[in-house]
Write a protein that binds this ligand. Structure first.
Ligand SMILES: O=c1ccn([C@@H]2O[C@H](COP(=O)(O)OP(=O)(O)O[C@H]3O[C@H](CO)[C@H](O)[C@H](O)[C@H]3O)[C@@H](O)[C@H]2O)c(=O)[nH]1
Length: 311
């Protein structure tokens, strides 16, 4: 198996690269380094500094590496940026994604695993419920729309050209190497700021001072394991979450405990565009043997330890 990982220099992609190397697979990385970092790519791994919008560059990577499998983690990954610039989001996530699918077709790639969004694709998840894969997509942002549309393209490429595919709908992925600047990631933001003794902003769910929104926080190492399972033996759409919801205040308390520091909190009104509650049902993936191994407190401790080394 020869796996080309797009976005392999980024947060989730670099954990996937490590996981695949540990399994003895041949891996190459395609990344434009817009948010990824060259030092995230292990030495000896072929690296193509290519933007997905560059069709020629994508083709060159396929011609040189000849992947049998593709892990597609590269994206315009910010909901906020997609709302401000829907065309940019479309160009990277859909036109760029199609360049990749065309290269898969041209070079006879067997299977593609896609990083989709469980956090954004279902819209609001009512209290007491967990979003299931059978729920219809209800995109509320250009980002969610582009991810949902790409899933349709995958289905078409499967039917028309025989490409096998898996779409993993990630919850809120967190862990070491998440960038606290630029892209979102409240765990990384809080970890860095609390360790530095800086105040943190807690956006309200409804009114300033409340506990904040609810998310399904899933540890990046568990995501890499779900990804490997998908690559080897799944087909179709799977949520990757824990099934547990945590409020932003719970995140802050866990970060503060791991850091051993009392945070200074600045309560703020709801952040425009934020869903109040998003929790995923992981049962479909669990039926194939996957389990989230790293619990919330432990995962936050591992993340804070990483940032302690970095700040
Ligand atoms: O300084 C901050 C930053 C965030 N939050 C809150 O923390 C929660 C989580 O926010 P994130 O920005 O970490 O995550 P989102 O759920 O907004 O977005 C995540 O999920 C999205 C949908 O899947 C996208 O994938 C996105 O890239 C990913 O970070 C939200 O209620 C947000 O308002 C704060 O209170 N303070």
């Amino acid at each position: 198996m020869r796996v080309l990982v797009t976005g392999g220099a980024g947060f989730i992609g670099s954990h996937i690269v490590e996981d695949l190397l540990a399994r003895g697979l041949e891996v190459a990385v395609l990344d434009n380094l817009a948010t990824g970092k060259r030092e995230n790519v292990p030495k000896g791994v072929p690296f193509f500094r290519v933007d997905l919008r560059d069709k020629e560059g994508v083709e060159r990577a396929f011609r040189e590496f000849r992947p049998t499998h593709v892990s597609h983690q590269a994206a315009q990954a910010s909901v906020k940026v997609s709302v401000e610039d829907p065309v940019l989001d479309f160009e990277v996530n859909l036109l760029g994604g199609l360049n990749l699918l065309e290269a898969c077709r041209q070079y006879g790639v067997e299977k593609l695993v896609f990083a989709s969004t469980g956090g954004a694709i279902y819209g609001e998840v009512p209290e007491g419920e967990r979003a299931e894969e059978t729920w219809p997509p209800r995109p509320k942002s250009p980002y969610a729309a582009s991810k949902a549309a790409f899933e349709h393209y995958l289905s078409v490429y499967g039917q028309s050209y025989g490409l096998k595919w898996v779409s993993l709908r990630y919850g809120n992925v967190y862990g070491p190497r998440q960038d606290p600047h630029g892209e979102a990631g409240v765990v990384a933001i809080f970890a860095e700021r609390v360790l530095k003794g800086l105040p943190v902003t807690l956006y309200a769910r409804k009114t300033p001072g409340d506990e904040g929104c609810v998310r399904d926080y899933v540890y990046v190492g568990d995501v890499a394991e779900a990804h490997a399972l998908a690559l080897f033996s799944l087909e179709g759409i799977y949520n990757v979450g824990t099934g547990e919801g945590h409020t932003t205040r719970e995140v802050l308390m866990a970060v503060a405990e791991a850091a051993g520091k009392a945070p200074e909190v600045q309560p703020a009104p709801p952040r425009p565009g934020d869903l109040e509650r998003s929790v995923l049902s992981p049962l479909k993936l669990m039926a194939h043997g996957w389990r989230p191994k790293v619990g919330f407190q432990e995962g936050i401790r591992l993340t804070v330890d990483h940032f302690r080394g970095a700040v």
